[in-house]
Design a protein around this ligand. Structure first.
Ligand code: NCN
Ligand code: DMD
Length: 356
């Protein structure tokens, strides 16, 4: 059996007993019932995933998949494609946004070259899992072969296995790739049935005229490629990218190894959508972070049945929503471990009214 099929058939649901026990514990702490809102939701979700309580997720990282996109030849991004390689190198110099925010949250950053169209420095700072130097131009031909697509998804799964072996307890999903709001948009349009205007925004920034062109290109791409919306790997291979595929693998791998995994922005949630279509149980292991400014994000969230924890008008990508969510997770788990019970606080909790 292929690694992908083995992982897909080995994903189990989270623990319903841990959900009940954790909510019972939270309801016995000195506060009105449910008054810590989404922090309680996070604590319950983490218990459900780990199957135990109390929890403490000390070892955290963000996994950044870097890849180029052939569709950039059609002028779908105002940013030059060369920025993919440059910013990937900047991440190894620890000066990118993802490095700064991860440092604040006590999380490590790992950068994986899964398809950058450049020879990156072989200095041990970038994990070299390059499948190809960028995808093909999806307006002219399928972006990836099915074999490359599966290899990219399996790369994500293998990265999770390595991180689990190193003791990581929570993983964030990041990416770097000029043009990847277009590939993500095309995948979302195919799988959910949205128009380009409903799926994509201005990505890393572009003029109104260029934005109209980007949307027209995406409609032309779907017209030419005719991806099969019932086959997520067909969609991914025809109009996706190596980064989205690697991220989909991370979501599946985390579900298989029972690790919480955090969603970042549009590209990350597109990987989550692919994972969920391949195995819906994988959604139980996902935690959201922020609301991306790209419009397709809301539609995917709605399908996944989750809602973002915060909205800071962020649209950087790189995985930057993840370290912020790591901090929320730390807070939520500390509440579960450290807050006193009604008995310890000498308060009669039985008189309180449950308004949830
Ligand atoms: O994750 C998001 O929601 C997001 C929204 C806008 C832009 N980005 C980042 O910007 C790049 C893609 O933008 P673009 O315009 O080249 O498609 C890519 O490197 C992403 O990390 C990411
Ligand atoms: C500078 C720059 C940094 C990025 N990080 C993620 N996407 C990006 C796009 C640009 C243009």
């Amino acid at each position: 059996m292929s690694l992908l099929n083995e992982i897909l058939s080995g994903i189990n649901p989270v623990s319903p007993e841990a959900v009940l026990q954790t909510q019972k514990h939270l309801d016995n702490l000195i506060k009105p019932l449910g008054s810590l809102g989404k922090l309680e939701e996070i604590a319950v979700r983490i218990s459900a995933i780990t199957g135990k309580r109390p929890n403490s997720l000390e070892k955290k990282c963000v996994l950044v998949f870097a890849a180029d996109n052939g569709i950039c030849a059609e002028g779908v991004s105002a940013a030059p494609a060369a920025i993919t390689a440059l910013q990937t190198i900047n991440m190894t110099k620890r000066i990118a946004g993802i490095n700064v925010l991860s440092r604040q949250a006590g999380a490590d950053v790992y950068v994986v070259d899964i398809g950058v169209d450049a020879d990156l420095p072989q200095d041990g700072m970038i994990i070299d899992r390059k499948i190809r130097r960028g995808t093909r131009n999806m307006l002219l031909e399928p972006a990836m072969t099915r074999e490359e697509t599966i290899r990219a998804v399996e790369t994500g799964i293998e990265m999770v296995k390595d991180l689990v072996d190193q003791g990581y307890q929570v993983i964030g999903t990041g990416e770097m790739g000029i043009g990847n709001t277009s590939t993500s948009g095309a995948v979302i349009m195919s799988l959910i049935g949205l128009s380009a205007g409903e799926a994509v925004g201005k990505g890393a920034g572009m003029t109104e005229i260029d934005f109209e062109h980007k949307k027209a290109v995406l409609h032309a791409v779907l017209d030419k490629r005719q991806p099969d919306s019932g086959d997520p790997l067909d969609v991914l291979s025809k109009v996706g990218g190596y980064d989205i595929a690697g991220i989909a693998g991370v979501f599946l791998g985390c579900a298989y190894y029972r690790l919480p995994v955090v969603i970042d922005g549009l590209i990350s949630i597109t990987g989550a959508l692919i994972a969920s279509r391949l195995n819906p149980l994988s959604v139980q292991y996902m935690l959201p972070s922020h609301l991306s400014a790209e419009p397709g994000y809301r539609a995917v969230m709605a399908e996944l049945g989750i809602s973002p924890y915060f909205d800071l008008d962020m649209r950087l990508g790189e995985g930057t929503g993840c370290p912020l969510t790591f901090y929320l997770i730390d807070c939520a788990l500390a509440v579960g471990r450290e807050m006193g019970t009604f008995e310890q606080g000498e308060i009669d909790g039985s008189v309180l009214v449950d308004i949830r």
